[in-house]
Design a protein around this ligand. Structure first.
Ligand code: FES
Length: 157
């Protein structure tokens, strides 16, 4: 029974050592407690939400943050920060618990891969993941609005 309970816990809550668990412990057990209002937004404008310190996101790492209550998977590829919805468009799998290989983030549930720069789904091109604007400045990372389809998530003009 403990095995089944453990599997169910991993399915619904995530691994104890997974990224979601790290997010939970980082923000005192409640990711949503890390609201944009609790961070210094002074260096960001235009609706960007301060979500992480730069040193909390290593190269090739994915961290789940919450913006307005919604999960966002923030990752660093070749030194550049990217942000995509944390809910997989296939069946709402936790993308921040997926694996990142280059710019491809693979969902832990059914293995769909997504290009974090464009949102393109490598399995079903009709199901891209929303891409958010992401900026890094003065040691902080911020997430903005969704990038319109067909555009990449480069810094705002
Ligand atoms: S929920 Fe992500 S691939 Fe199925």
């Amino acid at each position: 029974m403990a095995g089944i309970a453990g599997l169910l816990r991993v399915f619904f809550v995530g691994r104890e050592d997974g990224f979601r668990a790290r997010s939970r412990s980082r923000w005192g057990g409640t990711p949503s407690a890390r609201t944009p209002e609790s961070a210094d937004k002074s260096q960001f404008e235009g609706g960007f939400h301060d979500v992480l310190a730069s040193d909390e996101l290593a190269e090739g790492e994915v961290v789940e943050v919450f913006v307005d209550g919604d999960p966002v998977a923030v990752c660093r590829v070749a030194g550049v920060v990217h942000a995509v919805s944390g809910a997989c468009p296939h069946a709402q799998g936790p993308l921040a618990d997926g694996s990142l290989d280059g710019a491809v983030l693979t969902c832990p549930f059914h293995g769909w891969g997504f290009n974090v720069r464009t949102g393109e789904c490598l399995v079903d091109p009709t199901n891209p993941v929303p891409v958010f604007k992401a900026v890094e400045r003065e040691g902080r990372i911020a997430v903005g609005s969704v990038v319109p389809a067909g555009r990449t998530d480069g810094p705002p003009g």
